[in-house]
Design a protein around this ligand. Structure first.
Ligand code: HEM
Length: 399
């Protein structure tokens, strides 16, 4: 079934300006939820599905809402991979890659090194009294953690972060910029070499990592499949935990009374994590393609229709989350959509939860005394497909 690149008959058409979406997508989402919960948006080339219940409904029907979107930029950048496969292919790849990212493995295999890396990064900045916590701490931390979990022993955190940027630029290269393709190709070649080397080492000596797990999978996975899956993880495993860290820290620093309560009750870091991911979801939307005609949100979409599940909007749906635009760590528990749903539910959720809520935030707020937002800093939120702070300038007291 080839992808349809036009509106379904009868689908409302809504013009949205991509620059405005990047700046702040939430007013447009609120409007869509109210009046056109399924709308064809020409600048995005997809039908945007924006209500919580409709997104959950779609995620329960992966045989209708397929992850195999044809001609996607992700496929061009990475090649076939678990994120853009359906079952049973997806299940085979996921079963091979997932075990090292389960909660127990995170605790037993990775947590100790995650903590040491966080301390080392804080040691480097502790005497300075000021830093950009995104560039100087969160990004190198999550990149180093990702290299560890994947099993890329020789890759430096800077390499992982650079590769991640190059791949993400490729995935969103709607303008077809040749320089962006070139950088993405260089990054993918470098990842392929690093994975081939790591897979060879893990074949001789299993090390519990994601690459090792795929090399020794009961249902075999080829080297190309391992390489492509690692590319997807690098493309998506850096910015999301980095952005939850940044947005959550920023939200608390702007609400000293909430921060105070959290510091007195460390168990509440978990709630801070889930509320941050709901409030400003690091991944705003992802694509699906219909395998057959299907009616949703009052529109019958023909087979081949392209849909974007706008989870950032579902996470602000007022029918599910009261005062949804507010950051409120005390809100009644309702499952948010920030990690997706269905068979593709984020494989790195426990890695991200641990590195951010059990380690990064508690260590930063306990080691950097009297932490404050730097006066006059131009830190801002940016993006809609991926959204986070571009920087987080802070100051603190040094002894
Ligand atoms: C707060 C941090 C994170 C968020 C909000 C997040 C969000 C998501 C979402 C929404 C999806 C589903 C996309 C879709 O269905 O098209 C996903 C899938 C995935 N994520 Fe994450 N992610 C995070 C961190 C990570 C980390 C740290 C890793 C790696 C260790 C990771 C690895 C993956 C993988 C491999 C998939 C594909 C799973 C599959 O297709 O079965 N993620 N993530």
């Amino acid at each position: 079934m080839s992808a349809l690149t036009t509106a379904a008959p009868g689908a409302p058409v809504v013009e949205l300006d991509l620059a405005e979406l990047r700046h702040d997508p939430y007013p447009a989402y609120a409007q869509l939820r109210r009046s056109t919960p399924l709308a064809w948006v020409p600048s995005v080339g997809r039908h945007l599905l924006t209500r919580y219940d409709d997104i959950v409904h779609a995620e329960k029907l992966p045989e209708v809402f397929s992850s195999r979107e044809e001609g996607s930029l992700l496929l061009r950048t990475v090649g076939p991979n678990l994120l853009r496969e359906d079952d049973p292919e997806h299940r085979r790849l996921r079963a091979a890659a997932e075990p090292p990212t389960r909660p127990r493995q995170v605790r037993d295999l990775w947590a100790g090194t995650f903590e040491r890396t966080a301390h080392e990064l804080l040691d480097r900045i502790a005497d300075r009294g000021e830093a950009d916590l995104i560039a100087d701490f969160a990004e190198p931390l999550v990149a180093a953690n990702l290299a560890l979990v994947l099993g890329l022993r020789t890759a430096r955190a800077e390499d992982i972060a650079d590769w991640s940027r190059a791949m993400m630029a490729g995935n969103s290269n709607y303008a077809d910029d040749p320089d962006i393709w070139l950088r993405a190709e260089q990054a993918t070649r470098a990842i392929e070499d690093a994975v081939a080397e790591a897979a060879e080492a893990a074949r001789r000596e299993p090390d519990g990592s994601v690459i090792s797990s795929m090399v020794h999978a009961a249902d075999p996975v080829s080297l190309t499949e391992i390489q492509n899956n690692v590319k997807v993880v690098i493309g998506g495993g850096v910015n999301e935990p980095r952005d939850v860290f940044g947005v959550g820290a920023w939200a608390l620093l702007r609400r000293p009374e909430v921060l105070d309560r959290v510091l007195k009750d460390p168990a509440s870091w978990k709630r801070v994590f889930e509320e941050t991911a709901r409030w400003i979801s690091p991944i705003g939307m992802y694509p699906r393609q219909l395998t057959r005609d299907y009616e949703i949100a009052g529109v019958t979409l023909p087979a081949g229709s392209r849909v974007a599940l706008v989870i950032a909007s579902g996470n602000r749906d007022e029918s599910v989350f009261e005062r949804a635009e507010e950051f409120d760590i005390d809100r009644p528990h309702r499952p948010h959509l920030a990690f997706g749903g269905g068979p593709h539910f984020c494989m790195g959720a426990w890695v991200a939860r641990h590195e951010v809520s059990a380690l990064a935030w508690p260590l930063v707020f306990s080691r950097l005394k009297d932490l404050r937002l730097a006066e006059g800093a131009a830190d801002r939120l940016d993006g809609w497909v991926f959204r986070g702070l571009t920087s987080l300038h802070v100051t603190w007291h040094t002894a």
